[in-house]
Ligand binder design. Structure first.
Ligand code: NOJ
Length: 573
């Protein structure tokens, strides 16, 4: 059934769709998401059906067979809405349409139908903190007076200094540079991200009502869930006088901070939750909230969004102690919220994990963070470095992934990680697209290196991505990681992911784990109540197992041995 229009009789417009004619997921149940393996599709870089060099929705539909064979439960699509791509689509010009460069609403419906036919749910990205400056609302602000209702949908202020020529505050945008931009009549608008991404005013009831409409629009089209972009920044206290950056930085992040992780954002999500729960099964939501771990449960509660990303594994080194602490802490947090935990190693914002694990541990003293940032020394040197251990990085990535897939909770995977792809570091400056590169300027290489189009075949135009080349240049080494190569190889990363994901439903029958003593700090072993066990050797010395019945190993494992930097799964005895 095409869902772009309601059926109509005798030429009269059909009544609005009623809850009972919604296309409920065929074998749906209300808790499908708790242990789901969710595969993130970055649509512009996945598959290009029309050969214009940009991936598109028919491209996703053409690869549904691949996704089904992979064994995932859901697809999360990064934004596919009309956009000038100032921030890879996270600058949305119309929340209830498809970017004509990527297809049509009919193409969207076809894609959802094809995914659902293979029991794969669909999660779409909602970007509520900011619109694109091409959005009809923002364009209206430019023809409207200061203080007008149109400007009140955004955050406009007068500048400081003579004739207001200075921005209202010294706040800095996440992508670098001032967080304020001046318009022709002298007022300034707030943009916490790129200049083309003006922040919305969430105190404005019209803004709130419009997002509810958007959530219903996609839910009515059969979407199963939502990923909420920068979920912790929507509501802001903009009472004058505005504080300086230093004053803001000195404030605790306790729910009352003027800009970040405010308690009152949950009033918005409570309203959304009521919308989600009106569907059967209820629509799900996962918060992208970079907040203190102790505050994550606020987003993950059933009364709020219901689930939240936990980025701690993605920020960790390949290290047993760090992994164990993170898993224990996050399972405890999940118990607090009543949600399930989420696990992530890669996404479209960070250096691919095969590459992170192939770099020497970064100095933690200054930033406290590993090589997540694309401006780290290795990427600054243009990717030409003896420091990257490609094989070692991939080996550790495979071990970490198999560990992650054995944990209770949802696993979020990023397209291309199933091929063991490394970051593409040596993209020439003239090909770069990411605003972080332009606004840093040039110091942070940006996130393009993990967004290079997927190699489907070892030969052919753009490695099978599409007939018209790829919007970001693909390196020659993609050939050996192409899908058509890896699917023939019993030891490839793709084969490993397929086997693990297809076995995973047997593991995920309960949501607990118990750590087992291994006698070695660098070896973690846990058991699920159903009898499955996972053993990861984070060290380099082989670990002797007390059993020989390994079902799956991240790399070759001799009988009864877990080699260094390897994970094995053991079935119930
Ligand atoms: C988080 C998204 O993951 C990232 O790609 C984007 O640039 C920012 N939010 C702004 O929307």
């Amino acid at each position: 059934m095409t869902r772009t229009q309601n059926p109509s009789v005798d030429g009269r417009p059909a009544p609005p769709r009623q809850p009972d004619d919604r296309e409920a997921f065929p074998s749906g149940n209300a808790t499908w998401w708790r242990q789901a393996a969710v595969y993130q599709v970055y649509p512009r870089s996945f598959a290009d059906a029309d050969g214009d060099g940009l991936g598109d929705l028919p491209g996703v539909t053409s690869r549904v067979g691949y996704l089904a064979e992979l064994g995932i439960d859901a697809v999360w699509l990064s934004p596919f809405y009309p956009s000038q791509l100032a921030d890879g689509g996270y600058d949305v010009a119309d929340y209830r349409d498809v970017d004509p460069k990527l297809g049509t609403l009919d193409d969207f419906d076809d894609m959802v139908r094809a995914l659902h036919a293979h029991d794969i749910r669909v999660i779409v990205d909602i970007v509520p903190n900011h619109t694109s400056d091409q959005h009809a609302w923002f364009r209206e602000t430019l023809d409207s007076e200061p203080g007008s209702p149109a400007r009140d949908r955004y955050i406009f202020r007068s500048g400081r200094g003579e004739a207001g020529a200075e921005p209202p505050t010294d706040w800095v945008s996440t992508f670098g540079g001032s967080a304020w931009e001046q318009v022709a009549d002298g007022q300034w608008y707030l943009h916490n991200f790129a200049v083309e991404q003006p922040d919305l005013n969430w105190s404005n009831p019209e803004v709130r009502a419009d997002f509810v409409r958007t959530l219903r629009f996609w839910s009515d089209r059969g979407v199963d869930g939502f990923r909420i972009d920068v979920a912790h920044m929507l509501t802001k206290d903009m009472t004058e006088p505005l504080l300086s950056r230093a004053e803001l930085d000195a404030l605790p992040l306790d729910g009352q901070h003027p800009l970040i992780d405010r308690d009152d954002v949950h009033e918005v999500y409570a309203e959304w939750r009521a919308v989600f729960n009106a569907y059967d099964p209820p629509r799900t939501a996962v918060a992208e909230a970079w907040v203190d771990a102790a505050r994550v449960p606020l987003y993950a509660r059933a009364e709020s969004l219901g689930q939240a990303f936990n980025f701690e594994l993605l920020e960790a080194d390949f290290d047993a102690e760090q992994f164990r602490r993170i898993v224990s802490d996050n399972l405890a947090l999940a118990e607090l919220s009543g949600s399930s935990s989420t696990w992530v190693l890669s996404n479209h914002d960070v250096v691919r994990h095969a590459t992170r694990y192939g770099l020497p541990h970064p100095p933690r003293a200054d930033s406290g963070r590993p090589a997540l940032k694309h401006g780290n020394e290795w990427l600054l040197s243009g990717g030409v470095t003896p420091a990257l251990d490609r094989a070692g990085g991939l080996r550790r990535a495979r071990a970490a992934t198999l560990f992650l897939l054995g944990l209770p909770g949802s696993a979020y995977l990023y397209q291309g990680e199933e091929l063991g792809l490394h970051e593409v570091a040596d993209i020439a400056d003239e090909h770069r697209q990411d605003p972080t590169f332009f606004r840093s300027p040039g110091i942070d290489k940006g996130r393009d290196g993990c967004r290079v189009p997927i190699p489907w075949s070892s030969t052919g135009t753009s490695f099978g991505f599409g007939e018209g080349g790829a919007h970001l240049p693909q390196p020659a080494w993609f050939a050996s990681s192409a899908v058509d190569v890896e699917e023939r190889l019993p030891h490839s990363t793709l084969t490993l992911y397929r086997r693990a994901l297809n076995l995973r439903s047997e593991l995920q029958t309960d949501e607990q784990l118990e750590w087992m003593d291994t006698g070695r700090n660098e070896v973690l072993r846990f058991a699920r109540p159903n009898g499955w066990q996972v053993v990861t050797n984070f060290g380099t010395e082989p670990f002797e197992l007390d059993r020989a019945d390994v079902v799956l190993a991240s790399d070759d494992a001799p009988l009864g041995i877990v080699p260094g930097e390897t994970t094995v799964w053991l079935a119930p005895a």
